[in-house]
Design a binder for this molecule. Structure first.
Ligand SMILES: Nc1nc2c(ncn2[C@@H]2O[C@H](COP(=O)(O)OP(=O)(O)OP(=O)(O)O)[C@@H](O)[C@H]2O)c(=O)[nH]1
Ligand SMILES: *[C@@H]1O[C@H](CO)[C@@H](O)[C@H](O)[C@H]1NC(C)=O
Ligand SMILES: *[C@@H]1O[C@H](CO)[C@@H](O)[C@H](O)[C@H]1NC(C)=O
Ligand SMILES: [Mg+2]
Length: 427
């Protein structure tokens, strides 16, 4: 009896303290951005965009009060009564008023997907929202070679805290260009099928790789943005990201970024480097000084070592991809036909461009974006680091320092110090 009532008293005291703590946190004098009230929206979207408080970019502090502010923002966001999705082409981006704290970047997520990818992409979206975007509310652009159906739009829109856009890819960005000999391309596919090269027999996979290499940034829905973050179905994000990664890119003069790197399957790109050499000869003016050639080649550019940044994750600058340099580069590759006569992937294509057209310090390794895309994991090295960011990845799965990863080369090229404990993860 007595023990029972003592327990009740303990519960009451505990609840009381809990409420007091919550009260003090939510009414603390630490400045918070105003709640979203007057975001300017073009069109009829019943959706506000609030720039969220961004942590210190260099060393994002553990979130405490900020979390609470964030939660209160979310709670006050209007219920989703009218659809905020738009099929409006380039004219209708939501321009939010600059917030007092936390400037909003001209940025979007972008996903290429089929309607059938819905139940895999929603898993990715859920993680991106939980770990990052619920604090920042960036837009999301979906692109598809077929029209998205309402099931796809309804579910994705309901999960995303920014505005969503759904675009159809123009035919000429998802088909054989005129100069391609389709018989030759077919024979290549048959041969690769026999040799069991992954996706070697697929036409659509080749259209996908060519589209991601040369066209996604040209889509009318993408023209309105300067920065993108690419998200694929079935990925995982394992740590909280408490600062604006787009702003980080801008503030540190980065144009391209990665979390995983590895060696490309040689059979898919036997003549890619020849094509790159043709481009270099024709356009020496585009090759950056102090570029990242050392990441790509062990003999000063004579041969390709097959290292590439894994492009299913990318945060990058769209204006760079739309530049004359990148355009001339892509056009040379497209002319040489390796997207169809071989099976060039957009990962080596983007990576070689980043390595040659950018200064090497314009490429960023996002150590704090813990990430999985089958079959590789990037899990930040260092326990303290992972605990501060509430990571849920198993450090044993980290691929960074394994033999098949190229990330070590990137560190060596940039004279970056490898994190403590990396040697224990080499195998
Ligand atoms: N609309 C459309 N999207 C596609 C098509 N094929 C692939 N995609 C998308 O393009 C991206 C890359 O395709 P994936 O199938 O993931 O290719 P991958 O990452 O090399 O291989 P996985 O290991 O299977 O993930 C994903 O975002 C897909 O949803 C297609 O035919 N149509
Ligand atoms: C999507 O939402 C619209 C508008 O609420 C509704 O008319 C439509 O039936 C929904 N589609 C599906 C497949 O749920
Ligand atoms: C965002 O960037 C794009 C591409 O540079 C530009 O056309 C657009 O005007 C920018 N929008 C804003 C609001 O700055
Ligand atoms: Mg994939």
């Amino acid at each position: 009896m007595a023990a029972g009532s003592a327990r009740i008293v303990r519960y009451i005291l505990f609840a009381f303290f809990g409420i007091m703590v919550l009260y003090f946190m939510s009414s603390s004098s630490i400045p918070r951005p105003p709640l979203p009230t007057t975001s300017v929206l073009k069109g009829d979207q019943g959706k506000t965009h609030s720039g969220a408080p961004a942590g210190d970019v260099q060393a994002p502090p553990p979130l405490t009060v900020e979390n609470v502010a964030d939660a209160s923002n979310a709670a006050s966001a209007p219920a989703l009564t009218s659809p905020k999705q738009s099929n409006d082409g380039p004219s209708g981006p939501a321009q939010s008023v600059a917030e007092t704290s936390g400037e909003r970047m001209n940025a979007t997520f972008v996903t290429l997907a089929r309607n059938s990818d819905l139940w895999e992409i929603v898993k990715s979206i859920r993680q991106v929202e939980d770990r990052f975007n619920r604090k920042f509310h960036y837009d999301w652009v979906f692109l598809n070679d077929k029209p998205f159906d309402t099931a796809f739009k309804n579910v994705t829109t309901s999960l995303i805290s920014g505005k969503t856009h759904y675009g159809l890819i123009p035919e000429e960005h998802w088909s054989f260009p005129e100069h391609i000999d389709t018989d030759r391309a077919r024979r290549v596919r048959e041969d690769m099928a026999q040799r069991k090269i992954i996706y070697g027999d697929s036409i659509s996979y080749r259209h996908m790789c060519r589209f991601e290499s040369g066209f996604f940034f040209q889509h009318p829905l993408m023209q309105q943005f300067e920065w993108y973050w690419r998200v694929e179905p079935s990925i995982e994000l394992y740590c909280d990201i408490n600062y604006d990664t787009f702003k980080f890119m801008r503030d540190h003069n980065k144009k391209y970024s990665f979390v995983l790197s590895l060696y490309e399957y040689v059979e898919t790109i036997p003549t890619l480097w020849d094509s790159v050499k043709t481009f270099k000869n024709n356009h020496p003016e585009h090759i950056a000084e102090d570029n990242g050639m050392k990441f790509l080649s062990d003999d000063g550019g004579e041969t390709y070592n097959h290292c590439h940044f894994w492009s299913n994750f990318e945060i990058g600058n769209l204006n760079w991809l739309r530049s004359q340099a990148y355009t001339d580069y892509f056009n040379q590759l497209d002319k040489d036909g390796g997207f169809f006569y071989e099976r060039w992937g957009d990962a080596p294509v983007h990576s070689i461009a980043a390595g040659l057209l950018l200064k090497k310090d314009e490429i960023h390794f996002f150590n704090d974006i813990a990430y999985y895309h089958v079959p590789f994991t990037h899990c930040p090295t260092g326990e303290q680091y992972r605990l501060e960011r509430k990571c849920h990845c198993n450090p044993k799965d980290n691929f960074d320092w394994k033999g098949y990863s190229c990330t070590s080369r990137f560190f060596d090229m940039n004279h970056l110090e490898k994190p403590q404990g990396y040697k224990d993860q080499q195998d």
